[in-house]
Design a protein around this ligand. Structure first.
Ligand SMILES: Nc1nc2c(ncn2[C@@H]2O[C@H](COP(=O)(O)OP(=O)(O)O)[C@@H](O)[C@H]2O)c(=O)[nH]1
Ligand SMILES: [Mg+2]
Length: 117
């Protein structure tokens, strides 16, 4: 195992038996992916894809000019709270065309975080 892999891989403790699920929702570019990536103790799931001209009319980058990629499935990260409790963070895609994913993402959740830029 190289050092880069060992730094990003944090095994889940064997005593952890209670998973708590939180979904992060909010508009396009509000910072959902940035947030999940910032707080996750594991290497976060990456479903970012490059934004293209085809989405120019619907993906408004006003205010987030540097944004070049968008979430096409969901963000996923993990925070161990204590020996038993683990928080699973799911970041939803913001655009309306991906809202069909939200019902499944919300299944079994403890709650949601609504991010507003
Ligand atoms: N909302 C927010 N965005 C930030 C902040 N700092 C940097 N950004 C940039 O704003 C963009 C937010 O994009 P992203 O996290 O993909 O938003 P998402 O569409 O809600 O997942 C990124 O380009 C970030 O680099 C911050 O403090 N808040
Ligand atoms: Mg995102």
């Amino acid at each position: 195992m190289d050092s880069a892999t060992s730094e990003t891989r944090t095994p889940l403790g064997a005593s952890a038996d209670n998973g708590l699920k939180i979904v992060v929702v909010g508009g396009f570019g509000a910072g959902k992916t940035t947030m999940v990536r910032s707080v996750s103790e594991i290497r976060p799931l990456n479903t970012e894809e490059t934004m293209t001209q085809a989405g120019e009319a619907v993906d408004d980058i006003t205010g987030v000019r540097g944004k070049t990629a968008t979430t096409v499935a969901f963000d996923f990260g993990r925070i161990t709270l204590d020996a038993r409790n683990v928080l699973y963070l799911f970041g939803a895609p913001g655009q309306e065309r991906f809202w069909f994913l939200w019902d499944r993402l919300f299944s079994g959740t403890l709650g949601a975080v609504v991010l507003v830029d």
